[in-house]
Ligand binder design. Sequence first.
Ligand SMILES: Nc1ncnc2c1ncn2[C@@H]1O[C@H](COP(=O)(O)OP(=O)(O)OP(=O)(O)O)[C@@H](O)[C@H]1O
Ligand SMILES: O=P(O)(O)OC[C@H]1O[C@H](OP(=O)(O)OP(=O)(O)O)[C@H](O)[C@@H]1O
Ligand SMILES: [Mg+2]
Length: 283
Amino acid sequence: MLRIAVPNKGSLSEPAAAMLHEAGYRQRKDRRELVLIDAENQVEFFYLRPRDIAIYVGSGRLDIGITGRDLLLDSGAEAEEIMRLGFAASTLRYATRPGTVGDVREFGGLSIATSFAGVVSAHLAEHGVDASVVHLDGAVETAIQLGVAEVIADVVETGTTLRNAGLEIIGEPILESEAVVIRRTGEDAEEDPKVRQFLRRLQGVLVARRYVMMDYDIKAELVDKAVSLTPGLESPTVSPLHDEGWVAVRSMVPVQDAQRIMDELYDLGARAILTTGIHAARL
Ligand SMILES: Nc1ncnc2c1ncn2[C@@H]1O[C@H](COP(=O)(O)OP(=O)(O)OP(=O)(O)O)[C@@H](O)[C@H]1O
Ligand SMILES: O=P(O)(O)OC[C@H]1O[C@H](OP(=O)(O)OP(=O)(O)O)[C@H](O)[C@@H]1O
Ligand SMILES: [Mg+2]
């Protein structure tokens, strides 16, 4: 059985469970469940604290984990990223009261509060800055108001939390994060057929979310122009229509471009332009 770590709470938890569900796996119905066996798919899910997941996977006790890139790097565990999942996107940034300091090179002698002490200490060292790192569990924004630190390093998505705390971002992002699949360092994911199948299923969910299927009819002499708008992933299907001189085209199109492409196809002379959702895919 493949043993997989899944975040049990926080920003990663619901989207991770939703993605696994879309990939055809059973998911827990009760948030108190700690372990769930999906016998049909030969997978065992362990619901763990997002921060602990890299430790379990790095130790080799679990085969695969879903966590945030920032948490993986902060853990220092012997685990590596093998697939990006496209949710829980955020950046880790320094912030302070407006007008305090400019960027990391000016942090010498200051206190930096963060929940990502590993990543931040490494970042300071990389820039040759001698500052002290105060490790907090969360609600880091308040550390400045309460005088625990002059600077914070925290997760920023929209920036609303920082703004509400009267803080401003300084310098470049420390890192860009998103949810990722991790595996113990040095283990070849391609070697294990169970892991390969799991990744293919998640890849299928990403494709189903990112693409729609587009169908349209077009005059044969315009098909090359039309197909340049809808090149598909490999090559679009072109089939003859009963009405001579016309063909039907079927192609995958990124969901975010679909409306623009439909307009352009219509202007070119295409008709009966339809898009349909993709529920699952194996490419
Ligand atoms: N507002 C957010 N938007 C996007 N991703 C976020 C956000 N907050 C945290 N994350 C990401 O979620 C992961 C952290 O999960 P974790 O459960 O530890 O924190 P959390 O989501 O803030 O939950 P908690 O309420 O327990 O603090 C990290 O990978 C982080 O980058
Ligand atoms: O840029 P924003 O869109 O405002 O999002 C970022 C905030 O979201 C998370 O906080 P969370 O609510 O999880 O609280 P926490 O500090 O206890 O983790 C994160 O720690 C930031 O504080
Ligand atoms: Mg949080």
